[in-house]
Design a protein around this ligand. Sequence first.
Ligand SMILES: Cc1cc2nc3c(=O)[nH]c(=O)nc-3n(C[C@H](O)[C@H](O)[C@H](O)COP(=O)(O)OP(=O)(O)OC[C@H]3O[C@@H](n4cnc5c(N)ncnc54)[C@H](O)[C@@H]3O)c2cc1C
Length: 436
Amino acid sequence: MRDIVRGQVFLPGDDGFEQAAAPWAVGVRQQVVAVAEAADADDVAALVRYARRAGLTVTAQPSGHGASGDVDGMILLRTARLDEVAVDPVERVVRAGAGTRWGQVLAATGKHGLAGLAGSSPAVSVAGFVTGGGLSWFGRKHGWAADSVRALEIVDAGGERVRVTARSDADLFWALRGGGGDYGIITSVELDLYEVPGLYGGRIAWPAARTGEVFEAFLAITADAPRELSLWLNRMAPPPPAPATVGIDVTFLGEADAAEELLARLAAIGGSLSDSRGPMNVADLGAIAAEPIDPSPMLARTELLTELPVDALAGAELAPLLNLQVRHLGGALAEERPDGGAGGALVEPYLLYLLGLRLPHLAEAVRGKQAALVAQLGEVVSGRKPYTFLAPGESAAQAFPAEAAARLARIKRERDPGGVVRANFPIHETGGAQRG
Ligand SMILES: Cc1cc2nc3c(=O)[nH]c(=O)nc-3n(C[C@H](O)[C@H](O)[C@H](O)COP(=O)(O)OP(=O)(O)OC[C@H]3O[C@@H](n4cnc5c(N)ncnc54)[C@H](O)[C@@H]3O)c2cc1C
C-alpha cells in the first residue's frame, strides 16, 4: 500500500496508528487494517484499485462524527488533504473537497453573502453530510442539503475518477445524494449556494421551571412558522450542581425585526437567563448550538415524530441524559422533489434527539433511558430516522421508505458487487423504515 499511496499510511503497530484510527466519536472502536491519508484525488483512485486487487474494503472517514464501529478489517481513508474550497459567487456554487468541514465552507461563502445548507456543527465534513442527506438549519426553506448538490467527483468502485451529475448518471447521482457513502468515494462536491438577505439567530435560555411555557410557545410558533424560521427546543440537564435549563435555538433568514415579531411569544415568557439572539454572520452559524468541536463521547438516539407530545416531553425525568432536543422540520423537507436524492420527502414535522455520554459507567443507563422515553411516546414515533442521525447498532434500512431502500440496494449491487467501498451504515438487501 505504501508503494501505491503517496499520502501517509499507518499500519497496526506503527507509531501513531491508534491515534490515526480513532474517530471523533470517542468510545467507538475501529479495528481497521490500515489508515491511509490520501494526498489527492488520484491517490484515492490508487487506493481503491489497490483495495480491489487485494480483496479489501475502503471506508472514507473525514472526521468520524458518524462513526458506527462497523469497519473491522477495512482500510480507513482520511481525506483532510482534499481541502479545496472554491466559491463562484456569480454562479452561486461552491466546490468543496472531500476533506472540508462546514465551518471552512461557510467562512468562504459568507464573505459573498451566500450560504450553503449547513447543519448545527461546523466540524462535520461536507461530503459526509450530503451523502447522508443533511438536515440543515435552512432545510425548511431549501430542503435536504443533498438536493442542493449540482455535481460530485468520485472514485467509483472500479477505481476510476468520474464526474457524476443528473445528466451523466441519474441513478448514481440520486444514490450519492442521501443514500450514504456506499457507492463510491467522493473527492469533491459542488453545492448550490443561497443568497442570505439577512441572518438572525442565537439561543435563549430560561430556568427549567419554565419548561411547560417554553414547550407551549414552541408548539404555537412552529404550527405556522414561515419556512425562513427554524426553531429547536433544548431541555438541558447537566450533572448537578449545574442548573437544568430550557432553551430555544433559532435561525431566521431575514431581518431581526421580522424575526422578533414571529418570536413575540418567547419574549412574553420573561425571566430568561441568557439570550444570544441577534443579527449574525453565516460564518458563525456553528456558534448557535455550540456543540463540541474536539472528539467527544456523545451517545445519541434520534427519532422522527408525527406530532409533538408536549406533556410527555416536557415532563420526562431526563437523568442520565444531558439534553433532550426537538428540531422543527417540515416546509421544503416534507415535499417530494422530482429531481431530489435518495432521502425523498421527510414528512415528519419534528425530530427528537436524546443525548447522553458513551462513558463506560454510563452508556448502558443512557441507552436504557433513551429506550424508555421512546417507548413511552408510542405511536407518534414514526420509525424512520434521518441517515445522518443513525447511531451505532442502527441500520440504513431505518432511513428509507421500502422503495428507496430497494433502489439503493440494486444500485449498490450493480456498481460495487465486490463490496470495495463501504459506508458507515451500509445498504443491505432488506429495506424500509418500520414502525417500532
Ligand atoms: C455534534 C454533531 C452535530 C451534528 N449535526 C447534524 C445536523 O445538524 N444535521 C445533520 O444532518 N447531521 C448532523 N450530524 C450528523 C453528521 O452530519 C453525520 O454524522 C455525518 O455523516 C458526518 O459526516 P463526517 O464526514 O463528518 O463524519 P464521518 O464519520 O467521518 O463520515 C460519515 C460517513 O460519511 C461517508 N463519507 C464521508 N466522506 C465520504 C467520502 N469522501 N466519500 C464517500 N463517503 C463519505 C462515509 O460513509 C462515512 O462513514 C451531527 C453530528 C454530530 C456529532
